[in-house]
Design a binder for this molecule. Structure first.
Ligand SMILES: [Zn+2]
Length: 366
């Protein structure tokens, strides 16, 4: 009964997600007005809005103007239904199950919005991040309903996972941009941008995550205060960073904690900086230039996954890259958004991460 209930709930939620996917990027209200046919504008009756079944009964055409309806609507509904049913096999009816439904629904919405617009809305990525941290905070220590599945994780695992994951992808983005620019210095965002993320990584490697983050936040404050970037150039911070990692064992620090210091620190700056740009009041009139590099959509998404997956977020990244490479080659697409692949990696890591990890260790003979 429970998986069937979850499946039907998923169909209904999927129908709502279609509205979110359609309207959120345009800044339209999600609740109002009621749904209309995009072709003829006729208001849709409840009998037109039954998930999947309406589409099948109408043979994929609008009841009023016979315009074809995109098969994506029933697809999103069926996908959400199947994902919810999958979650129901892992969790009995419990807060964990409903939190997992929310996790899956947010990832479906983010994936399809990214496919349409190449953007991951901050309201959804930060919503996913804070819901993950909150559920870890409220439910850590609660008995896990099923063996071999530790969700929610402890709060410190969730926070570390989130910062580490965002730090890894933030630095990958930094090195990628530096190579693409052929080592020319990019424009520094005021008051905060990738420059602070890279500085935080370097300071964090040398001085630990706490001091590293504090120093980078200090340059953020100084940039805001003076109105011009108070930053070290990327040409210095990014090449020095691997050097700091390599030298750590000779300076009496161990490599792992040095790496962790940089990544935690970089991730903290990336997520805090992204939140600043997401919440900053829009100036009236005039097309404001968007901060290019602080766009960071995938970094924020992976950071959000970290709040749900802990260190398994790195597995999600690995699976996402693998899937992206595979589908990218298979379909020869030039411009592919990475968000859906990260989301796919996140779902697989969420349900099967620990099983995959154990299988991998067994394969290594450990
Ligand atoms: Zn119509």
């Amino acid at each position: 009964m429970w998986p069937a209930f979850a499946f039907i709930l998923g169909l209904v939620v999927g129908s709502f997600l279609n509205v979110v996917i359609h309207r959120l990027p345009k800044g339209e209200s999600i609740v109002f007005p009621p749904s209309r046919c995009p072709a003829c504008g006729h208001r849709l009756a409840p009998k037109d809005l039954v998930p999947v079944l309406s589409y099948l009964a109408l043979r994929g055409r609008c009841r009023y103007c016979a315009h074809p309806i995109s098969p994506r609507y029933p697809l999103v509904e069926a996908l959400t239904g199947l994902l919810f049913a999958l979650a129901a096999f892992f969790f009995p009816p419990s807060p964990q199950a409903f939190l997992t439904f929310a996790f899956l629904a947010l990832l479906v919405a983010l994936s399809f919005i990214d496919l349409d617009t190449y953007e991951l809305p901050d309201s959804l990525t930060y919503g996913l991040l804070f819901l993950g941290l909150l559920s870890a905070y409220l439910h850590s220590g609660a008995p896990t309903p099923q063996m071999n599945h530790s969700f929610p994780r402890s709060f410190s695992q969730a926070l570390d996972g989130s910062l580490l994951a965002a730090g890894v992808l933030g630095l990958v983005a930094g090195y990628g941009a530096l190579l693409l620019r052929r080592f020319r210095e990019g424009r520094a965002e005021v008051p905060v941008g990738p420059h602070q993320v890279h500085m935080a990584a370097l300071f964090g490697a040398l001085l630990g995550p706490g001091v590293g983050m504090a120093l980078a936040f200090l340059t953020w404050a100084l940039s805001g205060r003076t109105g011009r970037p108070v930053v070290l150039p990327d040409r210095i911070t990014l090449p020095l960073l691997p050097l700091a990692w390599a030298l750590a064992p000779y300076l009496g620090a161990d490599l792992l904690s040095t790496l962790k210091g940089s990544l935690l620190s970089a991730g903290g700056l990336a997520l805090a900086g992204g939140l600043y740009w997401a919440l900053r009041p829009q100036e009236e009139g005039g097309e404001e230039e968007e901060p290019v590099a602080m766009g960071y959509g995938d970094v924020k998404l992976l950071g959000a996954l970290g709040a749900w997956l802990g260190l398994y977020s790195l597995l999600a990244l690995f699976l996402g890259v693998l899937a992206g490479a595979f589908f990218g080659l298979a379909f020869r697409q030039r411009k592919v958004p990475f968000g859906p692949y990260l989301a796919l990696g996140g779902v697989v890591a969420f349900f099967f991460g620990e099983a995959l990890w154990r299988a991998y260790l067994a394969w290594l003979g450990l």
